[in-house]
Design a protein around this ligand. Structure first.
Ligand code: 4AD
Ligand code: MG
Length: 431
């Protein structure tokens, strides 16, 4: 028998005496019996303390133990069908590591700003706990997906001289006697890397000085970005669809307990199978006009538009072939109509917004140079990027999936700030 076990494994020890180490989540008292809801970061378990099963000192802990006190509980695992886990602990002994001071987050409703100010403590609660588990599963599932498909992980730098996604959201920082930006996307570096390694992905934080306070924008978020040599826009959409389907399957398979804690309606996720609907920007515009929105051709879509379009489908919808002016300089012009670029956005169902942005990349150096000029980007800083088009240029494509928005969709979380351990927004830098 191990010295102590993690609470998630109690079903394997049914009928046996074990020790758990963790924290007091809650205490409920009633006469000759009290209940301790225990958590150790792997599960939440009810422990039953009966007067005639423990020493008097342990029984009296009902008045001295406080929420979040740290303890070791020894007891017998018994079946308890009414418990979420199906088991509870009949307590034999409790050892105390530390009696916690009065905990700021009592088990009642608190305002979101209060909870966010106490994020370092709030992470211990059931909701944040479950969301962090789902986020970690998505991250690992992403790595597994690409590693299993001949992709090589090539991470991009965080300091860069280049604006990948427009100059309005750049974080500028002093870099010795020069200036640098925090990266908005690893894509430009991935475009170089695939010429060496064919298919690559990078996975890391991205930084954007988003000045709007929306529930979909962070200033620091994580993106997984695959990039593929010899892929066109259709190959790109095929891969994006396969990737997202695989993520949903992984979460449904491995995060059942977390989704249950979050009271997520999993039926909505179970229907997410290929193929996903694919519509062009022009078709999306028709949907919006039909639903009464006044959007002119050439305008970008905002959150209400995305939600209105996604309401037409019960799966993620891919909108492709965008007016060039709505998209970044590197997207390939549609050879059939110069007004469009071969870009794609994937919009999640249930109003969770754009989870993927991707495109086929412009491989013609002259077209790229013109775009760099009209976007007022520094040609000098992009010379290295232009080299990719000078030496063995090939058709290529890629996309980026936002980890927090995808986590929010899986968990049914309304606000993206709950989908990253330490959210950074225009108004939040602490804790
Ligand atoms: O559509 P975006 O801007 O695309 C790119 O950055 C491309 N360079 C990716 C590529 O092709 N390799 O961003 C991609 C995704 C969005 O769909 C969204 O999910 C997420 O990144 N995202 C954000 N998530 C949270 N907060 C923000 N401020 C975000 N900006 C983008
Ligand atoms: Mg986008």
């Amino acid at each position: 028998m191990p010295k102590y076990i993690l609470a998630k494994y109690i079903p394997e020890y049914s009928g046996r005496e074990i020790t758990l180490k963790g924290w007091v989540y809650n205490i409920r008292k009633s006469g000759k019996i009290w209940f301790l809801i225990f958590r150790d970061g792997t599960e939440f378990v009810q422990c039953v303390v009966l007067k005639n099963e423990v020493s008097e000192a342990v029984f009296e802990m009902k008045s001295t133990l406080t929420q979040e006190s740290s303890i070791a509980v020894t007891g017998v695992v018994q079946e308890a069908p009414r418990q979420e886990t199906g088991y509870e602990i009949l307590v034999k002994n409790i050892e105390v590591y530390h009696v916690a001071e009065e905990y700021p987050i009592a088990l009642k409703e608190h305002g979101i700003e209060f909870l966010m100010d106490h994020r370092h403590l709030w992470l211990r609660s059931r909701g944040p706990y479950a969301v962090m588990k789902v986020r970690a599963e998505l991250e690992q599932a992403s790595r597994d997906f690409f590693n299993a498909r001949d992709f090589t992980l090539v991470d991009s730098p965080m300091f860069t001289p280049n604006a990948a996604e427009g100059s309005t959201t750049l974080f500028e920082t002093k870099y010795f006697d020069r200036k640098a930006y925090l990266t908005q996307s690893g894509q430009l570096y991935s475009e170089a890397a695939i010429m060496a390694l064919n298919r690559t992905y990078c996975f890391g934080p991205c930084f954007r000085a988003e000045k709007s306070k929306t529930r979909r924008h962070l200033t620091e978020f994580w993106m997984v970005e695959p990039e593929m040599a010899f892929f066109d826009i259709h190959d790109d959409m095929d891969l994006a669809e396969e990737f997202v389907e695989s993520l949903v399957k992984r979460v449904l398979g491995n995060c059942k307990r977390e989704l249950q804690m979050l009271e997520r309606d999993t039926a909505k996720l179970e229907g997410i199978t290929r193929p996903f609907p694919r519509i062009t920007y022009d078709e999306a515009l028709e949907i919006l006009h039909r639903k009464g929105f006044e959007v002119e051709w050439g305008e970008d879509f905002g959150a209400p538009h995305e939600t209105a379009i996604s309401e037409e489908f019960d799966k993620p919808v891919m909108i492709w072939r965008w007016p060039a002016a709505t998209k970044a300089f590197y997207m390939k012009r549609d050879p059939e109509d110069e007004r469009y670029v071969l870009g794609v956005d994937m919009i999640a169902p249930e109003g969770h917004g754009e989870i993927i942005g991707g495109s086929q990349r412009e491989e013609d150096i002259d077209v790229l140079l013109r775009r760099i000029e009209t976007e007022a980007l520094s040609r000098e800083d992009f010379e290295w990027f232009l080299d990719i088009r000078r030496y063995g240029s090939v058709p290529h494509a890629g996309f980026g999936l936002g980890l927090e928005r995808t986590t929010g969709w899986m968990c049914g979380t309304r606000h993206i700030r709950e989908c990253i351990p330490w959210p950074r927004t225009m108004v939040r830098l602490k804790p």
